[in-house]
Design a binder for this molecule. Structure first.
Ligand code: HEM
Length: 420
């Protein structure tokens, strides 16, 4: 099935699920697949019965040519090993790494016009996100903010490698794909060697007191299996390279279209303008946290996630004529949890579910209705880091600029396009 027809099928499916009950059986690519937007089913699949649902059968065959045995394409002990290796760094990175953001944001601010002329933020945000993520993950920034060409060769190779990654039959992949994979691997292997040399020279200070953490340095201290490290590093870079840019870009998209939200945010930010941007100060910005939560609700970065049943399971609800009986999901069947629909479900969020309304977070306390970063053992390990980086960046911008004006002819959100 081509990308286009898959997309059309997803659109039809999504359009119909809004009018259907929350867990529905669809005849799709395999004998049976379930579409889900019911919180009890999300919890059952992603947490309670975690071991019974995996992604390796769906992702490994196509993905391993580039991602190897990395955590984005594996389940079970191999996935667990990766998760254990990265955990200590992600436990503290959102606090330890705030100071290192300063120079990147300074450079970003220098590139903004101050004469009232129009600026497209997204290309600049992408360059900043690339610099921040490469420094954290590879131990060395690509310098994309300093020069238009910074990181270009590497990103061209990365995009070439990704282009064919979903094609399961290796003989069908293009020359460029193989060349791109090799270039990315060579680049990352060189960064691993640098990290080994760097950490051999420095004292192994406890992670908890570090003022800056580079995940690659912590990984080479924990494992000397360089192939596993290479694939782990790629699995981190894949979501990191532009997610910050898309998240912050989405927040400004909404704020530019809702001046009253900008005004409230600015008042909050200005009231703390003399305080240093520590973790405590950033998280004390209540309205800012609502803006971010609302941005991830209305415009989540992932539209959903697909799992294959590894062991026959009875789900709590979703079966029977009324959708209230427990359905049997058999080994090999697929279940897709659709965040984007769940996050705009009017029966939970109210009639204004399609509106950007940070104030709703004053009273809303969702659990499995709100999983833009997933939930359960595979929850995004970078969630706190993402919040910290978004908070830091937005506060710096809002401290300096008293307003923002939408000059984009596109006024409303085209929910099917990820920034790009
Ligand atoms: C706005 C930013 C981000 C959002 C909304 C987000 C969301 C998510 C979601 C929904 C998943 C689960 C995907 C699935 O299983 O189908 C995920 C997994 C993951 N994310 Fe993020 N992510 C963000 C940024 C990042 C960043 C910056 C990093 C790395 C520095 C990162 C690293 C990962 C990794 C390694 C996984 C796989 C976890 C596992 O399978 O155990 N993410 N993320």
């Amino acid at each position: 099935m081509t990308q286009k027809s898959l997309h059309i099928l997803t659109l039809i499916w999504t359009a119909s699920i809004e009018n259907l009950r929350k867990t529905t059986v669809f005849w799709r690519l395999r004998p049976i697949s379930f579409g889900n937007m019911e919180r009890q089913v999300s919890k059952a699949v992603l947490a309670t019965n975690f071991e019974n649902f995996g992604l390796q059968p769906i992702r490994y065959e196509g993905g391993n040519g580039f991602f190897g045995n990395g955590m984005l394409v594996t389940d079970g002990p191999q996935w667990k090993k990766s998760r254990t290796l990265i955990k200590p760094t992600f436990d503290i990175a959102h606090i330890a790494n705030l100071d290192r953001l300063g120079p990147f944001v300074d450079r970003f601010m220098e590139l903004l016009p101050r004469d009232g002329s129009t600026v497209d933020l997204f290309p600049l945000l992408k360059r900043m996100a690339l610099d921040i993520s490469t420094e954290f993950i590879f131990g060395r920034s690509t310098g994309a903010l300093s020069s238009q060409d910074g990181g270009k060769d590497f990103m061209d190779a990365f995009q070439a490698a990704l282009r064919d990654v979903v094609i399961p039959d290796p003989s069908q992949r293009s020359e460029e794909d193989y060349k791109g994979c090799q270039e990315v691997w060579d680049y990352i292997d060189a960064r691993i060697d640098e990290a080994v040399a760097r950490t051999a020279k420095s004292n192994d200070e406890p992670l908890t007191t570090k003022k800056q953490v580079r995940i690659i340095d912590e990984l080479v201290r924990s494992s000397d299996d360089k192939t596993t490290l290479r694939f782990l590093v790629i699995s981190l870079f894949m979501p990191a390279h532009d997610n910050l840019a898309v998240a912050v870009g989405n927040a400004f998209f909404h704020l530019a279209r809702k001046p009253e939200a900008w005004t409230k945010l600015r008042a909050e930010v200005v009231s703390k303008v003399d305080q240093p941007l520590t973790h405590e100060v950033l998280t004390s910005h209540k309205y800012l946290t609502w803006v971010l939560k609302e941005t991830f609700r209305l415009t989540p970065l992932n539209s959903g996630t697909l799992r294959e049943c590894l062991s026959t399971t009875v789900l709590p609800v979703g079966g029977g004529v009324d959708g209230q009986s427990p359905p049997l999901v058999e080994k090999g069947e697929l279940i897709e949890t659709h965040f984007r629909i769940q996050l705009r479900d009017k029966s939970y969020w109210g009639d204004d579910a399609n509106e950007f309304c940070p104030e709703r977070w004053e009273t809303m306390r969702p659990t499995w209705e709100y999983i833009p970063f997933l939930g359960g053992p595979r929850i995004c390990p970078a969630m706190k880091l993402v919040y910290a980086e978004c908070q830091y960046f937005i506060v710096r911008i809002v401290r300096e600029f008293s307003g923002s004006e939408n000059r984009d002819p596109v006024r409303s959100w085209n929910g099917w396009k990820r920034g790009g």
